[in-house]
Design a protein around this ligand. Structure first.
Ligand SMILES: Nc1ncnc2c1ncn2[C@@H]1O[C@H](COP(=O)(O)OP(=O)(O)OP(=O)(O)O)[C@@H](O)[C@H]1O
Ligand SMILES: Nc1ncnc2c1ncn2[C@@H]1O[C@H](COP(=O)(O)OP(=O)(O)OP(=O)(O)O)[C@@H](O)[C@H]1O
Ligand SMILES: [Mg+2]
Ligand SMILES: [Mg+2]
Lengths: 228, 228
C-alpha cells in the first residue's frame, strides 16, 4: 500500500541542520501489523508524518499503491488520506468544538456514508474503546486517556487500508491499553486493516508480525513473526 | 505541606453531573515519594489540579502548610504555586514562543534568581534530562518526548517543596524514563523534594514510599514502603 525508498527528512532551525530520517526503506502491505520502537527523538513521528503525506520528504521516494506520492496533487493526497489512511496523532488533534461522537463521525461524513450506518459504526467503535457514556462531551471535558481514545476511534471507524498510530496507548492504563491493541488486532484479522504502531510500550511487541527499531533516524528490522 | 480532607470535585455538563472525586483524604509531607495509579478517567488529573490550586474543589477542605487554601487570595495562591510547587502537566503546556531553555528558566526569573545561577541550574537540569543540545529550539521543533522532558525540567529546576507530576513518562522510552525517575529520586533524597507522581507505568511503583490507587474518584492506600 505504502512504500518508502531511501526516504530522508532534514529539518532546519536557525542554528542547525537536523537529519531526522536517513535512507529509510519500508514497505507496508495489506494485513501487515508492524510495531516500531525507538528512543525519544529518534524519528518515529517524522516517519509517520511522511508516510501519511502530511509532511514532504527531503529526499528519497514515497509510493502509494505503486504511484509516486509526489505526482499526486495536494487534493488527491487529501483524498488518499481520507479514504485509505487512518491517523492517530501523538497529541490527538481533536476538533475542540465537536463532541466525541462528532469527532469520530467526521471522517464518515467526509466519505458521504449514510446517517443510519454512520450512527451504528460510531456507536460501536465508541463502545469498543469504552467511551459510550462520554459520546456527547467535548474534548475539554475529557481526561487525557479519554481524548486519546477518541483519536483512536476516529482513526479506526473508517476501517481504512492502513492505520498509522503514534503512541496510541501513552495515556492509557494497561487494562484499557490491552483492550485497544486487541481491537486493532481484530480489525487487522477480520478486515485486513494494516497497522503501523509507534510505541514506547514494549508489551505490544509480542503482537507484531514485523518489529522495527529506529535510532537516530535509521531503521533496522528486528523480527518477523509470520505465525503471529 | 499539602493536606486534603474529604475533597470533592463535581463537573457539570449540559447533560450530566460527574462526580470526578469523592471524599478524598491525602497528606503530602516533606520528603514523600507518592505514586498514584488508576484507570483512565478515574480522577488523577482532577486530583492534581486541586492539590496545586489550579482548580477549586466542590467540597471538602485543602490545607497548605496548615492554612486552608480557600483563605488565600488568588495572588497568594499564585505565589505558593510559584515558590513551593512544581507542576508537570499531562499535556506539557509549554510556552510556544520561548525556547526550551527559556521555558525552563521562566520559573527562576519569577523567583528573581540571579542570571549566573539561573544559567547554571538550567544547563544542569537540561543535561540531566538529555536535552542539552535542544536548548535553543522551540517546542514546535521538538518531539513529543522532548517536549515532555522540557516540562519536567521546568518543574524540577526550582527544587520546590513538592512536585506534582501528571504521567511524566508517558511519551518516553523506558531508558530515558528510568533516568528521569532516578533524577526525581535524587532530588527527593538530596533536597527533600516531595513527589506525587501520577502514572500508568507500573515499573515506577517499586520506587514509591507510598502507593495509592484511584478508581471512580475514590482513593485507596495500597502500600507503604518506609524502607525504600
Ligand atoms: N471539564 C470537565 N468537565 C466534565 N467532566 C470532566 C472534566 N474534566 C474531567 N472530566 C471527567 O472527570 C473524570 C476524571 O477525569 P481526570 O482527567 O481526572 O481523569 P484521569 O484519571 O486523569 O484520566 P487519564 O488517565 O485518562 O488522564 C473523567 O470521567 C473525565 O471525563
Ligand atoms: N519541526 C522541527 N524542526 C526541527 N527539528 C525537529 C522538528 N520536528 C522534530 N524535530 C527533531 O527531529 C528528531 C525526530 O523527531 P520525532 O518527533 O520524529 O521523534 P520521535 O521519535 O517521534 O520522538 P518521541 O518518542 O519523543 O515522540 C528530534 O530530534 C526532533 O527534535
Ligand atoms: Mg513522537
Ligand atoms: Mg489525566
Amino acid at each position: 500500500i505504502i512504500r518508502a525508498e531511501a526516504l530522508e527528512k532534514v529539518y532546519f532551525t536557525q542554528a542547525e541542520k537536523i537529519e531526522a530520517l536517513k535512507a529509510v526503506n519500508l514497505e507496508i502491505n495489506k494485513g501487515d501489523f508492524i510495531v516500531i520502537n525507538g528512543p525519544s527523538g529518534s524519528g518515529k513521528t517524522t516517519l509517520l508524518n511522511l508516510l501519511s503525506g502530511i509532511d514532504k520528504p527531503s529526499g528519497g521516494e514515497l509510493y502509494f499503491d505503486g504511484f509516486p506520492l509526489g505526482e499526486f496533487t495536494d487534493s488527491e493526497r487529501t483524498v488518499i488520506r481520507r479514504d485509505k489512511i487512518g491517523l492517530v496523532f501523538q497529541s490527538f488533534e481533536l476538533i475542540p468544538v465537536l463532541t466525541a461522537r462528532e469527532n469520530v463521525e467526521y471522517p464518515l461524513l467526509l466519505q458521504k456514508i449514510k446517517r443510519v450506518e454512520r450512527r451504528e459504526r460510531v456507536d460501536e467503535i465508541l463502545a469498543r474503546v469504552g467511551l459510550a457514556e462520554m459520546a456527547d462531551r467535548f474534548p475539554a471535558q475529557l481526561s487525557g486517556g479519554q481524548k486519546q481514545r477518541v483519536a483512536i476511534a476516529r482513526a479506526l471507524v473508517t476501517r481504512p487500508e492502513v492505520v498509522l498510530a503514534d503512541e496510541p496507548t501513552g495515556n492509557l492504563d494497561s487494562e484499557i491499553g490491552q483492550k485497544i491493541i486487541k481491537l486493532m488486532l481484530r480489525l487487522n484479522q477480520e478486515y485486513s486493516v494494516a497497522f503501523v504502531i509507534v510505541t514506547h510500550d514494549l508489551s505490544i511487541n509480542k503482537y507484531a508480525k514485523k518489529l522495527i527499531q529506529i535510532k537516530d533516524g535509521i531503521l533496522s528490522l528486528r523480527e518477523v513473526n509470520s505465525h503471529v
